[in-house]
Design a protein around this ligand. Structure first.
Ligand SMILES: Nc1ncnc2c1ncn2[C@@H]1O[C@H](COP(=O)(O)OP(=O)(O)OP(=O)(O)O)[C@@H](O)[C@H]1O
Ligand SMILES: [Mg+2]
Length: 320
């Protein structure tokens, strides 16, 4: 995709980004109570948590845009306090909504940010043109950024986050407002950046989508990172049959507990979708074989959500 390589890390062997017991309150509201995480170069990490759990506040601190009350953030071993501009130069930040100025063109938005990061003008211009291609906004190069649609603004925000070729990329709900094709492009771009050595942290509520691009996950619950939240040993599967009564009768004979799926609307009369806990794929294959052998018209069987979603739902989390 013609992206420039990330800059060299000043402290060899240090994590690309590390947060240790970071805390931040707004008045009496403790948005981030105690968050710790570490990002390795070349990895994609999910930042997952319910609304109000402190994801955006944490990301702002990781990006050096909000000072923590306690704890420490290090970028390639450098702190924002001691090495502000140097640390910031290594970090790309994409906010959940990207506001732009009325008068600047898309190209100017990118080159202006390039200048702020001390990227030489000709390098910034060339990079900006390449990034506008990457995010499929080349035809808007000379257009005022204010004419962009919401999803197009998000894509410009992504290009802006990359203008200084950062080694750490922080994305706050980057897929929100993007059309399906752009979501696929985003996943591919994130993967290719990681393959080039960039450490990516990405927050999202669309766990199934996140799952396809991440290597690791950090869970936040009421401002607290949840240490090593393990994936549940037992996975949930969803089974749909055209004859719910037949499936339930058979399940009773083999003592298999089935729960009606609350998320699945009833299909044709008599049909039904159920959730079942199975230890592994071997058991899933056996269940499919046995139901079909018993003459039950099974029309669909698949895991009910990925591991990330299952881990999330298994966690004691609270919205606020
Ligand atoms: N500037 C602020 N002033 C006061 N309270 C704030 C401020 N920013 C965030 N908060 C509070 O801190 C908590 C965490 O907010 P934050 O935006 O970090 O959550 P989030 O995990 O990003 O949520 P969402 O999933 O909805 O984006 C919330 O209760 C919010 O009301
Ligand atoms: Mg948020």
């Amino acid at each position: 995709m013609g992206l420039p390589p990330p800059p060299a890390a000043p402290v060899v062997g240090a994590p690309a980004l590390q947060a240790s017991s970071v805390r931040r309150a707004f008045g009496s509201m403790v948005a981030v109570a105690d968050a710790s995480l570490s990002l390795a170069p070349g990895s994609v990490t999910a930042l997952v948590g319910p609304n109000g759990s402190g994801k955006t506040t944490l990301l702002l601190m990781l990006a050096g845009l909000l000072a923590p009350d306690a704890g420490e953030v290090r970028v390639h071993g450098m702190t924002y306090g001691q090495h502000g501009p140097d640390a910031r130069r290594h970090v790309g930040w994409m906010p959940d909504t990207f506001g732009t100025w009325d008068s600047l063109t898309c190209l100017e938005v990118l080159t202006t940010f390039g200048a702020a990061y001390r990227v030489p003008p000709e390098v910034a211009r060339e990079r900006a043109l390449g990034l506008l291609e990457t995010v499929h906004l080349a035809e808007y190069t000379g257009a005022p950024a204010r004419v962009l649609s919401r999803g197009q603004k998000q894509r410009l925000g992504l290009a802006r986050a990359l203008i200084h070729a950062p080694g750490v990329l922080l994305l706050d709900e980057p897929a929100s407002g993007l059309d399906p094709r752009s979501r696929v492009d985003l996943r591919r771009l994130v993967r290719s950046l990681a393959d080039a050595g960039v450490a990516v942290l990405v927050s999202s509520h669309v766990l199934v989508e996140l799952e396809e691009m991440v290597d690791d996950a950090v869970f936040l619950n009421r401002g607290q990172t949840v240490a090593g939240a393990p994936a549940p040993a037992v996975a949930r599967w969803r089974i749909t049959t055209l004859d719910a009564a037949a499936l339930l009768a058979w399940a009773a004979t083999v003592r298999l507990p089935l729960t009606p799926d609350p998320d699945e609307p009833p299909g044709s009369p008599g049909a039904g979708t159920f959730l079942v806990h199975l230890p592994d794929e071997t058991h899933a294959a056996a269940l499919l074989r046995d139901t079909v052998t018993a003459g039950i018209p099974v029309s669909r069987m698949a895991p009910a959500g990925g591991r990330l979603e299952q881990t999330y739902l298994a966690m004691e989390t609270e919205r606020r």
